[in-house]
Ligand binder design. Sequence first.
Ligand code: FAD
Ligand code: DLZ
Ligand code: SF4
Length: 506
Amino acid sequence: MSRLVLVLGDQLSPAMTSLQAADKARDRVLMVEVSEEATYVRHHKKKIAFLLSAMRHFAEELRGLGWTVDYVKLDDPGNTGSFTGEVARAVAAQKPDSILVTEAGEWRVAQMFAWWEAQFGLPVEILPDTRFICPLPVFREWAEGRKALRMEYFYREMRRRTGLLMEGDKPAGGEWNYDAENRKAAAPDLFMPSPPVFAPDAITAEVMALVAARFDNHFGDLEPFQFAVIRPDAEAAFAAFVKRALPRFGDYQDAMLEGEPFLYHAVIAQYLNCGLLDPLEVCRAVEAEWQAGRVPLNAAEGFIRQIIGWREYVRGIYWLTAPGYERRNFLEHTRPLPAFYWTAETEMACVRAAVTQTRQHAYAHHIQRLMVTGTFALLAGIDPHELHEWYLGVYADAYEWVELPNTVGMSQFADGALLASKPYAASGAYINRMSNYCGTCRYDVKQRTGPDACPFNPLYWDFIARHRDKIGGNPRMAQMVRTYDKFADAEKARIAASAAAVLAKL
Ligand code: FAD
Ligand code: DLZ
Ligand code: SF4
């Protein structure tokens, strides 16, 4: 009996359940580069190059471990361009007895798997993805019967489940969450650790030429290419983060600084999400740093919460709500995405910085995604589905299971408070507090209305006025609605006129 073991581009680990269940002596691994995966949304050029290069290197790693790997390159003659087409070709050529695969990260791909038994007349064995700490049935059980699915309570369960930062059944240091200590604004003269740079090898160079030729019309700069594409380099990038940036990760988690795209962030989501790093292993390494006294508790806890808390939680929400979540639009926003999300041609210094570095690095850190491009889209009433396709395409770490709940739920409040307890709406004051963008901006962050006012300001108050029926009942928004109500009629008219002027320019 021989099986076809399909390994997807975001399953690049020898520990995948599909590989663990397979037999090197009899089964053949299939890996396929297919144009559909690069174009169902038009991914950033650097993201495509990263993933295809990491796939090619992983195929080599597997061969080194004794596997027989059939690898289909994007430009191979006969490449059908889709997972289903390539599995069909392999089934016809090899006549396996069955197909073995680890469950897909995206509903779209899971639907393809669901048809294959009927289509190919073969058993298709789909195994769980044990890279995640919380199995999906456990998440469903946790969510069942709860009115609100708050991350904080889920996170505490994950701390107990993993034993991370636990002292018996109590959280280390007495608190579950040290976020209150994690809100420092960065000063420009702080030492800024940069992620290590990995020069492209021959395989990456070949992939880059292919991407340049095939996806020239996609967003983003291909060069300079700096990502790790093999496991030891991804581990080295993580080790460098632990040594140089982790101690200050907590303090400066929410900070933004002109010309500093990475600050004290790990820049590892692209490795975690494709299998080059293991989530539990990185958390255990961070816990060990804290135990050794090299890292303060607020940094270790903040980092571990992002991974065993947020990352696992959004994945649970994704599978709980799929399909359909991607079309949720609680606030009924329909405005098209402004062109400057692609061109960076805007006078708003904060948005310009976030889009420029996104184009350069296929990376922006969480607060830039949430409180700059995300908040602007929320205030301006951008169609959440268009925005979702933007986030899914432009970041090297973007896969629907993680991007969609972050965009539709957390950032755009389009699920009507399933994920976030209040909309992440804010005026320019938040960005001014957490960054140095406003100092060089053509707009005045202190002005509420008028042609020189920071656009976030009139849009913020206009958002409160427009959505008061939908958000006014939320205790965390009621105060802002009351403040708006106290404005004089003339001020309300100025807000409406200024907001309309900003929107007209989009
Ligand atoms: P760090 O800030 O160093 O955090 C460490 C790790 O924690 C990350 O690598 C990531 O694995 C995890 N993490 C942190 N925050 C989150 C979160 N909210 N959800 C899930 N994991 C988290 N993350 C993705 O991995 N892929 C996406 O497609 C994605 N899309 C996003 C879209 C929006 C609108 C927003 C607001 C956030 C999105 N995030 C996404 C979450 C977060 O912004 C990124 O994980 C983070 O910026 C990656 O950079 P980093 O590795 O330097 O993370
Ligand atoms: C993102 C991506 C791209 C650009 N290309 C490929 C590819 O050619 N082959 C592949 O196996 N995977 C690719 N991926 C990742 C897939 O989109 C991802 O594995 C699925 O969406 C399941 O999460
Ligand atoms: Fe952004 Fe407004 Fe500050 Fe300009 S003034 S950088 S638009 S927050």
